[in-house]
Design a protein around this ligand. Sequence first.
Ligand code: P6P
Length: 310
Amino acid sequence: MLYDIAFAAKVISGYVRRAGLVDVLGAYGKVNVQGEEQQKLDVIANETMKQAFYHTGRVCVMASEEDEDPVPVPVSNKQAKYVLIFDPLDGSSNIDVNVSIGTVFSVHTRVTESGSGTLEDCLQPGRDQVAAGYVIYGSSTVLAYTAGHGVHLFTLDPTIGEFRLADHDIKTPAVGKYYSINESYYQRWSNGYRRVVDTFKGVEDLEQRKNARYIGSLVADFHRNLLAGGVFMYPADSKSPSGKLRLLYEAAPLGFIAEQAGGAASDGRTAIMDIEPKELHQRTPLLIGSKDDVAFVERTIAEVDAAATT
Ligand code: P6P
């Protein structure tokens, strides 16, 4: 499975690296299931991921951010063991301005007995993932994955066209230097999140101040915080009561990585990995990164927002 992910990542990386030179920039001209305008690279990355797995005989079903329903695979895969769920290219609005973007993937084993996989095989909690990770197309192309035994980073070496181990069993700092949130939504947040961000801005105590870093590309923000320490927040707000980010192919795989690196991920109350999915494209608020920072945010929003409701 991971070699197949690495193959797809090399192909996608090749397109991303040539974005200004080959006709892959700009809108594809269709709106996807999310109601978002598909970028040409979204479609290329989605087709690349599906083709990389379609004939391997390893997956009984796939699901993609870009496809409304689960993606069936040839019946010859009816004994296939794995389920692959992915966001083929997250942050694609950043493609045309050369900002880092990423592919996020989640691997489960099937729950149905045999035959083509079904929606039931896709709707499994993050805690049951057997592997997960992401590829970040940044200053270098890095594949980060976990199979439940630590988080390992591989960098694509363009001189040989192979991913090479860059770091293994990485651990994220318990307290981070950064906080990442889109502060233009401040007026939509609960008082709890306003208190959190005011604290990180040093409003009450300069000792609690953190640097603000927000790229607007989930994989890039997550990867920086994973390595340097930090907390990423995409809360629910008055306009998006379930938040914006997706549980199955964004929050859950990154949550697996975060936990395996000694960090944490929740929706503000419940661990992301323990949320039972009900729909394929289910959204969730996301709070993820350094363990002590996540715990601080959870405590603060619990105290402040609970007070607001009494
Ligand atoms: P906002 C990119 O569109 C994305 O899905 C994530 O990669 C990113 O974290 C988020 O949306 C940014 O959303 O509302 O801050 O622009």
